[in-house]
Design a protein around this ligand. Structure first.
Ligand code: SF4
Ligand code: SF4
Length: 328
């Protein structure tokens, strides 16, 4: 891990929650409630959840809902939001560099133009929300998925949350890049029913230079989970221009073929551009490199699917497109 990521890992104990999504169908089997932590050690440029990158709270600004009333500026004590006289009237300005993420503007705004991304939530409140749909979980074979960002930035908190969810009798899945310390994943073996491990590339240089991770750590943890007998699904985001070439597919197939019958499945997750709006809301459009890149269609992955099927994976069982596992 990078020194910075390790520093974050050891210093931070309690994440902000960016979202709790109910009736999710793609984060494990059955109907699921997915809990998104805020904070990630990686920086995948295609990420469709940019609101989960930073561990800090941020303001999402829906310009189209703003009626220019100025209430947000009155509540802002840092001067990040202010009104500026222009001609006969005034215009609202927002300087993110001065914003502390206190959320007072969002509280003051009556039109829903401002929202705070990242809230503190007591564990018991998370458990209450997570158990609200328990009946649907049991009827559909579903449960709760802990996701992010990356929950492994907050190992102790993740372990405690998973332990409490298991105590409620729920199926618990963990979605992670596995870019963390093995000792934490090892402790989670007691409480996690299914590990969803993102393997974003097989190229160590791309991993280091593009997404800021260490492939050796990621694959090492993936292999140790499999060796430990955990239920594991390998999730492969397929990204145009990053990992969708013939040589990328060959490298993935060569590696994953060693795990046929040892992992639950490989899920191919074709790139989509649904996250673009979030970059706009967070004022980060200049950092989004996938503007005008078309979403991949399942049929474009056919050559890769064929390679994985030839390696021994079974379409619809140990191999999916989209990670849709199904409802009992
Ligand atoms: S979050 Fe706080 S500091 Fe930032 S603009 Fe709103 S009121 Fe100002
Ligand atoms: S309070 Fe909301 S609607 Fe009013 S100016 Fe601020 S963002 Fe716009």
């Amino acid at each position: 891990m990078s020194t910075e990521a390790l520093k974050i890992e050891t210093e931070i104990r309690e994440p902000l929650i960016s979202n709790i999504q109910r009736y999710s169908l793609q984060d494990g089997p059955g109907f699921r409630t997915t809990i998104f932590f805020k904070g990630c050690p990686l920086r995948c440029p295609w990420c469709h959840n940019p609101d989960t990158h930073s561990i800090e709270p941020e303001i999402s600004y829906y310009f189209e809902k703003c009626i220019g009333c100025g209430r947000c500026a009155e509540g802002c004590s840092t001067g990040a939001t202010y009104t500026e006289v222009k001609g006969q009237g005034s215009v609202l300005r927002y300087d993110r560099s001065k914003c502390s993420g206190c959320g007072k503007c969002a509280e003051a705004c009556l039109s829903g133009a401002r929202d705070i991304a990242g809230r503190k939530m007591p564990l018991k409140e998370i458990i209450r929300e997570a158990t609200a749909d328990a009946m649907f979980f049991f009827n559909s074979g579903g449960g709760v998925t802990i996701s992010g960002g990356d929950p492994m930035l907050f190992p102790d908190y993740t372990i405690e949350l998973a332990r409490l969810l298991k105590k409620e009798g729920l199926h618990v899945a963990l979605e992670t890049s596995a870019f963390g310390q093995w000792q934490h994943l090892e402790r989670l073996l007691n409480y996690i029913d299914l590990f969803l491990i993102d393997i974003k590339t097989m190229d160590a240089d791309k991993c280091k230079n593009v997404i800021k991770g260490d492939l050796k750590v990621i694959l090492g943890n993936f292999e140790k989970l499999v060796e430990a007998g955990a239920s594991v699904r390998a999730r492969l985001p397929i990204i145009p221009g990053f990992n969708n070439s013939q040589s990328d597919y060959e490298a993935y197939t060569e590696y994953l073929s060693k795990f046929v019958g040892k992992i639950d499945a490989v899920d191919l997750l074709p790139f989509h551009s649904y996250g673009e709006k979030k970059y706009q809301l967070l004022g980060r459009m200049e950092s989004y490199q996938f503007q005008n890149v078309h979403s991949l269609e399942s049929k474009e992955l056919k050559p890769f699917l064929i390679m994985l099927i030839e390696a021994g994976f079974i379409s619809g069982q140990s191999l999916t497109v989209g990670g849709l596992i199904g409802v009992k």
